[in-house]
Design a protein around this ligand. Structure first.
Ligand code: UDP
Length: 481
C-alpha cells in the first residue's frame, strides 16, 4: 500500500456471531497489516473478542493497529435479557427474532459514527441489509461480507431462482443444479426450508432485503481464493454479474501459535497440554471433530459420534459445545466408561477449541466438519481431507464443493437441512467415513489433493498471489473512489 493512500480508512461491521466476527477480525488484520487505517465497529461485550483477535496487526512490518469503535447494543429495548449481545448468549432460539430486531436498531448509532468519522468505505455484514442505505446517506461505498464461498453463493442463487427441487418426486430424490457448472446434485431435503417453503417470516424477509441490498451495494468481499473455485468465481462474476473480490483464506493472516489461539472465545483447554498430547502422536494420525459455533446435537447423536469414533480406532480430538441443552457435567451424552477407555487416545474439549492451531498441527490428519465456510476453508488451508456433516445455513452447498468438485472429502450421510439440531447419523456411518479419510488409497489421494490446495492457498495470500492482488486492487479502487 502506497503512502498516498494514508487517508484511506476502512470500516468493518460484523454480525455478532463467531462465524462472522472471526473472519471479519482476520480481514481487519489483513488490511491493517498493509498499513490501511482500519476500524471495526462492535458492541461493548463483543469488543474484547475483536481486540484480542486483532491485536497483533501492529506488530507486522508496515502494519497499524486495528481500532475498535463501540456502539451500545439495544438488548433490553428489543426484548432480550440485559447483556445479550451475541447469538451465543441467546436464552433460547425463539429469541432470534428479538436479536435481529436489536441489530436493526443499530442503524442510527452506525450512521452517527459514519457522520463523525467519515470513513472511505464500509464493509458490513450481509445480515445488516440496512447498512447500504446508511452508507449511501454519506456517500460511502458499502461492501458486503457474506461469509460464504463463491460456489455456495452462486448455487444458492440458482436454486432459489429456478426451484429445481419442485420437479422431484420425494425429499430424497436427487436433482441437478440447472445452468450451473459441474453437474452438481443434491436433494430437496438438503435445501434450506426458507427457500423451498415459500413462507413469509422475519428470516425470509431479511434474506429478501439482503438480496435487494446486494444490487445497490458496491460489491462483495469473499473469503476464498481463486484457484480453489475459479469456475464458480468466474460464474458468480460473469454469469450472475456480481462485483466481488476474493481475499482469502483470511485465517492465514494468523502466522504463529499465539495469533491462531486468539481467535474467538478463550480456549476451554490448556494450550500447552493439548499441544504436548498432539506432539506424542504420529503425523496424520489424529482426526479432529468439530461442528462450529452454532450447530447442536442431541445426547443420542453425541453418543453415536462417540461410538463411531471409538470403533474407527483412530485417535481423535472432539469438540463438544458446552451450551448444549443437557447437563454437560453429568456426561449423559457419553457411552458408559468411554473416557476411561479412550484415555490417551481421544481428547474431548468441552467448549471452545483453538481450531486453526489444532488443524495446522502435523499430527492431525483429517477433519470431521459441519461445513461452515470458515471451518471448511480452514480445513483446506491446513491440507486436510474431510468428513462432511452439514446441518444448516449454506452448509450443504459447501459439502457438494468438497465432495463433488474438489474431491477432498466424503459425506457422513447427513440427509436433511435442519435449523440447528443435527440430523441423526448412526455410529457405523461415522466409523466408516472416518476410516475413509484417514487410511487407504482413497484417503491418500484426497490428502494429496488437499495438500496441493493448501499450498495454493498459501501462495494466494503472498505478494503476487491471487488474493493478495485482489486485496490490493480493492484498496486501490476504493482509495480512488
Ligand atoms: N471455532 C473455533 N473453535 C471452536 C468452534 C469454532 O475456533 O471450538 C471457529 C472456527 O475456526 C471458525 C468459526 O469458529 O473460524 C466457525 O465458523 P464456521 O463458518 O465454520 O461455522 P459457524 O460457527 O458459523 O456455524
Amino acid at each position: 500500500m502506497g503512502r498516498e493512500n494514508r487517508d484511506f480508512h476502512i470500516y468493518f461491521f460484523p454480525f455478532m456471531a463467531h462465524g462472522h466476527m472471526i473472519p471479519i477480525s482476520d480481514m481487519a488484520k489483513l488490511f491493517a497489516s498493509q498499513g490501511v487505517k482500519t476500524t471495526v465497529v462492535t458492541t461493548p461485550l463483543n469488543a474484547p473478542i475483536i481486540s484480542k483477535a486483532t491485536q497483533s496487526s501492529k506488530t507486522c512490518s508496515g502494519g497499524v493497529e486495528v481500532k475498535i469503535k463501540i456502539i451500545k447494543f439495544p438488548s433490553v429495548e428489543a426484548g432480550l435479557p440485559e447483556g445479550c449481545e451475541h447469538v451465543d448468549s441467546l436464552p433460547s432460539p425463539e429469541f432470534r427474532t428479538n436479536f435481529f430486531k436489536a441489530t436493526s436498531l443499530l442503524q442510527e448509532p452506525l450512521e452517527h459514527l459514519l457522520l463523525q468519522e467519515n470513513p472511505s468505505c464500509l464493509v458490513a455484514d450481509v445480515l445488516f441489509h440496512w447498512a447500504t442505505d446508511a452508507a449511501a446517506k454519506f456517500d460511502i461505498p458499502r461492501l458486503i461480507f457474506h461469509g460464504c464461498s463463491f460456489f455456495a453463493m452462486a448455487a444458492s442463487d440458482i436454486v432459489t431462482k429456478y426451484e429445481p427441487f419442485k420437479n422431484t418426486s420425494s425429499d430424497s430424490d436427487p436433482f441437478m443444479i440447472p445452468d450451473f457448472p459441474g453437474e452438481i446434485t443434491m436433494t430437496r431435503a438438503q435445501v434450506p426450508d426458507h427457500v423451498k417453503e415459500n413462507i413469509e417470516n422475519d428470516l425470509t424477509r431479511m434474506v429478501k432485503r439482503a438480496k435487494e441490498a446486494e444490487k445497490t451495494s458496491y460489491g462483495i468481499v469473499v473469503n476464498s481464493f481463486y484457484e480453489l473455485e475459479s469456475v464458480y468465481a468466474d460464474y458468480y462474476r460473469n454469469v450472475l454479474g456480481m462485483k466481488a473480490w476474493h481475499i482469502g483464506p483470511v485465517s492465514l493472516c494468523n502466522r504463529n501459535n499465539e495469533e491462531k489461539a486468539l481467535r474467538g472465545k478463550a480456549a476451554s483447554i490448556n494450550e500447552h497440554d493439548f499441544l504436548k498430547w498432539l506432539e506424542s502422536k504420529e503425523p496424520n494420525s489424529v482426526v479432529y471433530v468439530c461442528f462450529g459455533s452454532v450447530a447442536k446435537f442431541n445426547a443420542s447423536q453425541l453418543k453415536e459420534i462417540a461410538m463411531g469414533l471409538e470403533a474407527s480406532g483412530h485417535d481423535f480430538i472432539w469438540v463438544v459445545r458446552a451450551e448444549q441443552d443437557y447437563d454437560m457435567e453429568k456426561d449423559e451424552w457419553l457411552p458408559e466408561g468411554f473416557e476411561d477407555r479412550m484415555e490417551g487416545k481421544g481428547l474431548i474439549i468441552r467448549g471452545w477449541a483453538p481450531q486453526v492451531l489444532i488443524l495446522d498441527h502435523g499430527a492431525v490428519g483429517g477433519f470431521v466438519t459441519h461445513c461452515g465456510w470458515n471451518s471448511t476453508l480452514e480445513g483446506i488451508a491446513s491440507g486436510l481431507p474431510m468428513v462432511t456433516w452439514p446441518v444448516a445455513a449454506e452448509q450443504f452447498y459447501n459439502e457438494k464443493l468438497v465432495t463433488q468438485v474438489l474431491k477432498i472429502g466424503v459425506g457422513v450421510g447427513a440427509q436433511k437441512w435442519v435449523r440447528v439440531v443435527g440430523d441423526s447419523v448412526k455410529k457405523e456411518a461415522v466409523e466408516k467415513a472416518v476410516r475413509r479419510i484417514m487410511v487407504g488409497v482413497e484417503a491418500q489421494e484426497m490428502r494429496s489433493r488437499a495438500r496441493e490446495l493448501a499450498e495454493q492457498a498459501k501462495r494466494a495470500i503472498e505478494k503476487g498471489g491471487s488474493s493478495h492482488s485482489d486485496l490490493n486492487a480493492l484498496i486501490e479502487e476504493l482509495s480512488s473512489h
